[in-house]
Design a protein around this ligand. Sequence first.
Ligand SMILES: [Zn+2]
Ligand SMILES: [Zn+2]
Length: 808
Amino acid sequence: MSYEHQKIEAKWQERWAESGVFEVEADPDRPKFYNLCMYPYPSGALHQGHVRNYTFGDLLTRYKTMRGFNVLSPMGWDSFGLPAENAAISSGVHPRENTEAQIAQMSEQIKRLGAMYDWRRELASHHPDYYRWDQWLFLQLFDRDLAYKAEAPVNWCPNDQTVLANEQVVDGHCERCGAEVVKRNLSQWFFRITDYAERLLGDIDQLEEWPDRVRTMQRNWIGRSEGATFTMDVADSDLSFEVFTTRPDTIFGMTFAVLSPEHPLVDRLVEGGEYQEEMRRYQAQAARASEIERLAEGDKTGVFTGRYAINPATGRPVPIWVADYVLMGYGTGAIMAVPGQDQRDWDFATKYGIDIIRTVQPPDDFEGEAYVGDGPAINSDFLDGLEMVEAKDRISDWLVEKGIGERTVQYRLRDWLISRQRYWGCPIPIVSCPDCGLVPVPEDQLPVLLPDTQDYAPKGRSPLAAIDSFVETTCPACGGPAQRETDTMDTFVDSSWYFLRFADPRNEDRIFDPEAAAYWMPIDQYIGGVEHAVLHLLYARFITKVLFDMGLAPVEEPFARLFTQGMITLGGAKMSKSKGNVVDPLDLLASHGADALRLYHLFMGPPTDDAAWDQNGVDGTARFLDRVWRLVTAGAEGLQERDETPADREVLAEAHRAVRKVTEDIERFAFNTAVPALMSLSNTLSDYLKAGARRETFEAATELLLLLLSPMAPHLAHELWEATGHTTMLATETWPEWDSELVKREVATLVIQVNGKVRDRTEVPADISAEEAERVALASERIQEWIGDGTVRKVIARPPRLVNVVVG
Ligand SMILES: [Zn+2]
Ligand SMILES: [Zn+2]
């Protein structure tokens, strides 16, 4: 009987589906495990990034099931939005038709991986029975004043012809298409995520099982800074402006003030003066520059207004400048400039000949320019001698006492812009009435259906605005003629709560049943790409908190443990269609099978790191599976009936060591080192079989090998489990425990050299023989590579510490 992966894989995929093993219900008597891979865009065929993701996820689903957990592993589709719509535009097929075809295709492909989901819970965000709850959610936020419409300078992608949230702008470019983003003043819908800034920041501390870099990225994005806001009077006028600073303790060192070119005071300050023309040119130039260009390192530019402001601490006038490195959107759009303690201000002051006064004493060995560290205050009147924290406190109190300032906390986070001028999204359930203003669509009229149209290409305003039958409606409040909102929602709204809907996906009366959510939440393991570190993960945390405050979500933090996988690269670049370096998983499913592909993804490197694709890698794992197949099927013949010898016992001990290694590796997400442990066990068993294996020992060890292989190469493991006479389904077997007495062994580190240079290291039993050490050394793949075409002249073994291979 030979290993026919095609036949075996189809057989077991059907058996698993029929068995219903992975279809689960809430069961308070069993520990639950909610295992979720970020739901995908159905924008095309399965790629290796998906395979990696679902292989990791499915391994956990199967492993945790064998550990006795009630495992929820659902699958759904992030099916609204630009990728789906752009795919439709390029293919000329309507987004709905296109999306549904893609979903059908991708579901089949995912099933061919042998990855198991509770498909009864499948959801897709473009279905009206899903997006009506987006709309319901919107209305709840609107009711609570957490959704509002406002005119603001927003990010506009000229290519996608829509606005973008701040989070979707990466280095000044559109996160989707890479086009340079421009600013436009538009009236748009926002979610007031800034109301939750403090909680979103504080609760990051609870997320201990998140990668540190993701926690840091969220902290930085929210960007809390404590400081003071105070008023500065413009000399010889009744004008004044506010500045925000995180370093009020350095106020005595303020030698100039800077306004953003957009600051409303600028025009009045220069009006009729000698700097007016120059200022106009400067403002126009700043308006053309992107935020990123303005904040970039390097030469700072500015224009003097000809006016002075009074430093409230010293009472002395300081020149007011306008410079584009100050942004209107952050703080107050005006800063006090303290060149002694801020390098950017130092550079500016040096360039324009402005005074520099140090107000913090740098250490004796300090050789830099601006000193931003801590130290006793100097040249600072009543602050002199105080350290930074104390000085900040004193001056803040002083500003408050004088009635010119207050302590302030400032966030970098801005409200979440959620409206889009695109067709393929969830309509915003608001009606605009000339008499009543913005009126929410009553709940019993939801969903506001996305109308069908053939004219869905982006054109700078929502395509819905061109559909009269959609736009023209009656006002729910007064019954008069009114117009529907024509923008659609950002798809990140859809994905900000889908994981809660999975707990109760068919509920027609509520967004989800709080009791069902209480059983399944939080998500015990969330798996996805690090590109969502700020976007999706921040929005999902925010919406979960809102639903928590409404008494619906049982937890404030949805994702207890987060895993972000690395990218797959080929030829040094990320594998992507546009770079033409894609290896199609479907080809490999056909040629090598799902198990070999899965195993290669597990084996290719640490799951968190980027991994370089090796064209021969899948050949290697396929060969390994072939060896396991032959080992187990051949083992039926030629086994000996005899008493156990110490050598037999050592073989069993090896199997138990593999159980320990694989279990610990899975628990710490080190799948890449679990696979070699199985390869090594399979080699041990092969050798054992050749040397004359004892039936009982061989069968016990083989059984352990199949149990361990079950979450990784499930088809082959199941087939062999059945072939060796088991009547149970392997997927429902209990995960094995290791015998702690049996696994004990003295180990030593064997250093392997080639021509006297250290080329590999491996753990060996402390009592290893010289012959065995030599065999281990020559079997090492690395050593084989170093030997290459050379001839082994001599092997010097000094067990258990050293083997030197002499190659000529
Ligand atoms: Zn774009
Ligand atoms: Zn009305």
